[in-house]
Design a protein around this ligand. Sequence first.
Ligand code: MLC
Ligand code: AMP
Length: 487
Amino acid sequence: MRGVVADPYAMLVTGHDGDRACLLLDDGDVWTYADLDRRSDELAGALRACGVDAGDRVVVQVDKSADAVALYLACLRSGAVHVPINTAYTTSEVAGLVDDARPSLFVGRAGAPAPEGVRAETLGTGGDGTLPGFASAGTAPVPRSSDDWAAMLYTSGTTGRPKGAMLSCGNLVSNARALVRAWRFEPDDVLVHVLPVFHVHGLFVALHCALAVGAAVRLHERFDVDAVVADLSRSTVLMGVPTHYHRLLAHPDLDAARCAGMRLFTSGSAPLPAHEHTAFAARTGHRIVERYGMTETMILTSNPYDGDRVAGTVGYALDGIELRVADGDGAPVPAGTSGTVEVRGPNLFLGYWNRPDATAAAMRADGFFVTGDVGHLDEDGRLTLAGRASDLIISGGYNVYPKEIELVLDQAPGVDESAVIGVSDPDLGEAVVAVVVADGPLDEAAVLDACEGLARFKRPRRLVVVDELPRNAMGKVQKAVLRQQLG
Ligand code: MLC
Ligand code: AMP
């Protein structure tokens, strides 16, 4: 693939008629494709003025806005590496990521504390940012090929230490093309965009599918269920996590008439409960297309656009992606047998930043990546996921790594040891619960205070004190037992 032209910026922006509507904003403002190109050009000029060269990393922690989209595109345009991070991360979490990424520039929110040791600017929502603006920078887009590094998204492992997954221009372009084909995107589509733009789902899957065909995006700055229901009658596509569908189903105005112009609802990032799939179909007449993806691999499988959309399954491998379910040695297991999902194709990331050990540990000799997800294939290649090899918690579509929280809890006053698990939650899918063994009198408020350095979505919703943690013969904490007891 080396040297093959793969230009995400051209695919997303300049490949379309500049007069077409591109971003439809909450305040009624409309950005055309020409507007988006102009603003991305200005921001590319600003990046250059801040000393950012091609290949440099730009860590971005900004609120969702049209400018945030343009800043991502400015990175693509100037050959810089876009490193978006969760807006919920605390100062200490941001410092850790900046330390790891070693960016040339950090772009944060106006008024938010800046990390140390790096040039820091802000992107304002109303022209109040410090990132220098240029009327027209006239920066020619840097030519890109498929192996060029485009973006880095942080994801953790069982150690709880975040790793930067390096994604290439080829990853972005090939996955967008495969999804556009699979989901039949057309220029007349109008996508309701409710996802954050710091994860694969909102940034690449949702945004790319629409922009790759010159369609329009209704950019919701946050998920407001009333605003989303109102938009359904003037849009064609919605992509969400299961929590979004759970909240839509609780809305009294969700019905088939309102969804008459919609042609596609997709769900992913976490398992969609089969009963919600059924309830949504009964209410709206639409069967949600559930798909499966991962930061390191982009989207891997999808239920079919035509054909059976089976609740509780994640469908078939996308065009060009090889998928197998294998045993512990990477040998494929027969259909119907459970194993680990492994994948190979143009969607596969470049590796973990500065972590050749972690990259090697996740790869088979024949180039397959071991996802860590457990499932089985049917005779006809349809994948059903059954769980994960690791004890990763997915809460509202955000990944929470128990180890990271356990390390904090173990330092809290009065805590001897801890185990963090996800318990079933109707809204979030899984909610974070901390199980602790005390080594003296335990002040629960003090224990929760010790978690202040963690983003709020990671903090335990419940604290359970036990005399001892259940362990197997090897001494390993049996989280499945805890989940069963507390779920
Ligand atoms: C917010 N809160 C959460 C939470 N999101 N708590 C647990 N889990 C979550 N996911 C908490 C906040 O800390 C706050 O708590 C309170 O809820 C209200 O915050 P909010 O910002 O107003 O929440 P809300 O808008 O309701 O957010 C819920 C949500 C959001 C579902 C809209 O979590 C979301 O956008 N999730 C999508 C995640 C996503 O894009 N995942 C894709 C990963 S990519 P407090 O204590 O302050 O009151 C990937 C690959 C693939 O996995 O396949 O797609
Ligand atoms: P992330 O590391 O944030 O990219 O999260 C990827 C993980 O989300 C995958 O490894 C799966 O465990 C999970 N995931 C994504 N889509 C689905 C889905 N449709 N059903 C079940 N799990 C999913």
